[in-house]
Ligand binder design. Structure first.
Ligand code: UD1
Ligand code: CA
Length: 461
């Protein structure tokens, strides 16, 4: 069985945050989620996450049957270190399992690299394999010390390294693969006699060497993948790299991003070919966008499904569905559970909430359509309000096909307007409207000739 142990108990002091480090987000998803996803894609069946600082928050953010949480005791003077963290998972490790160890704060690691590491480990018949990287600047990392024969001998932490060792540019990524039994045996022998008084996981490598067990070092292809997040500058660097990856994938799959550096798209968003995304758009969550759409600047869409050929300008769309050929914005807001049919128009300053608008229906300007089922080919005039709330309860309205709702009308729910029902502008509708009927609900206009002059209000210059 392939299992992973993901270290996430550290405090993340340099984040200067109330939140546990692994819950900080890049491209709108927690750091830990990226690591877990890479593991799942690499066929790792069980993921043991070691929690400590902020553990309750971490646990409540991830409910998934492939994850097991193990708690590292954190108190003043408690033992500490990556080795001590892994020890918390001992009872989850069977002798035969292949154990991949990762950190919860390295979100850029890919499935491809994990698979390569595991393959290297298996093919070399190693008992332990370290994933390493060669860096221009190795500051802060543990250095890989190799024997004359080229094999890895041990890892020395920066704080414990001598001058010669500090010159080594091959570093420990903090990711490894172990055979279960050898890992467990070696962990029993680690101590904390070092510069930081920590139980170092890295000592397992020299211990295995001393036991005559074969250990390996696999050099990563792209050293960006080992980038960890220790502070918010590094958080933004990881964000940038993740965004670059997501955007490049989309562009290579046929989506035009006019300015990828200002286009923010989540990892789970799917976009069809020949769709064009203008600068400043934010597309998040489980959003699916069809082909040939135009998403113009300053649009934010999340958890929504947008059909083919939809044109959206400077609008906010939340948890909604928009079918093909519809036109939204500028400055429209679809709140959750809105469903627009085909060729619908929702124009300037229109808000839709928990409502369906049938095919070819138009609400072109300044309306609120809340809690309503609106049929096909309905015209909702300028300034129409669906009055859905009496201060205590919400009610729905039903507007059938081909109805016409004149400008500046109020539809006081619950109301049924039947097919071809016609509401005169400025009406406040409190009763149902029959099929093909005209409904006028406003005071009749009264004209009083000469009234202004008779009142002495007309000023002559
Ligand atoms: C570790 C490695 C170092 C490597 C580097 C890569 C050791 C001794 N050193 O150093 O060789 O180059 O990672 O980034 O392993 N953690 C716990 N519990 C603990 C201590 C740490 O869960 O008691 C977690 C942290 O939350 C973090 C990870 O382990 O996610 C790494 O710990 P950190 O203190 O950052 O290790 P480094 O000093 O960076
Ligand atoms: Ca670190």
């Amino acid at each position: 069985m392939n299992i992973s142990i993901i270290l996430a108990a550290g405090e993340g002091t340099r984040m200067k945050s109330k939140e546990p480090k692994v819950l900080h987000k890049i491209c709108n998803k927690p750091l830990l989620e990226y690591v877990l996803n890479a593991c799942k894609k690499a066929d790792i069946d069980k993921n043991i996450v070691i929690t400590g600082h902020g553990k309750d928050k971490v646990v409540s953010n991830f409910n998934d049957e492939t994850i097991v949480f193990r708690d590292q005791p954190i108190y003043e003077g408690a033992p500490y270190g990556t080795g001590f963290a892994v020890i918390q998972a001992l009872d989850e490790i069977s002798d035969e399992s292949i154990v991949t160890i990762l950190c919860g704060d390295t979100p850029l690691i890919t499935e491809k690299t994990l698979t390569k590491l595991m393959d290297y480990h298996k093919k070399g018949e190693f008992k332990g394999t370290v994933l390493t990287a060669v860096l221009e600047d190795a500051t802060g990392y543990g250095r890989i010390i190799r024997k004359k024969s080229g094999e890895i001998e041990r890892i020395v932490e920066q704080k414990d390294a001598n001058e010669e060792e500090l010159l080594v540019r091959e570093v420990n990524s903090g990711m490894y693969c172990f055979e279960g039994k050898s890992l467990k045996d070696a962990l029993k022998k680690i101590g904390n006699n070092n510069a930081q008084n920590e139980y170092y996981l890295t000592d397992v490598i020299s211990i295995m060497n001393e036991n005559g067990q074969k250990v390996g070092a696999c050099i990563i292809d792209d050293s960006k993948e080992i980038q960890g997040v220790n502070n918010r500058v590094q958080l933004s660097q990881c964000e940038l790299e993740m965004r670059r990856r997501i955007n490049n994938n989309l562009m290579l799959s046929g989506v035009t991003l006019i300015d990828p550096s200002t286009t923010y798209i989540g990892e789970n968003v799917r976009i069809g070919r020949d769709t064009v995304i203008y600068p400043g758009c934010i597309l998040e969550g489980n959003t699916v966008i069809g082909e040939d759409c135009i998403i113009r600047s300053n649009t934010r869409i999340f958890d929504s499904k947008i059909g083919d050929g939809v044109d959206i300008e400077s609008s906010l769309i939340e948890s909604s569905v928009v079918e093909e050929g519809s036109h939204i914005g500028p400055y429209a807001h679809l709140r959750p559970k809105s469903h627009l049919g085909k060729h619908v128009k929702v124009g300037n300053f229109v808000e839709v909430k928990n409502a369906t608008l049938g095919n070819d229906t138009k609400a072109s300007h300044l309306s609120y359509v809340g809690d309503a089922d609106v049929g096909n080919n309905v015209n909702i005039g300028c300034g129409v309000v669906f009055v859905n709330y009496n201060g205590r309860e919400k009610f729905r309205s039903n507007i059938a096909d081909n109805a016409f709702i004149g400008s500046n009308s109020n539809i006081v729910a619950p109301i049924n307007v039947k097919e071809w029902g016609y509401i005169a502008a400025g009406s406040t509708i409190t009763e149902d409207v029959g099929e093909g009927d005209l409904s006028i609900a406003r005071a009749r206009q009264v004209n009083k000739p000469g009234w202004v002059e008779a009142k002495g209000l007309k000023k002559h210059k």
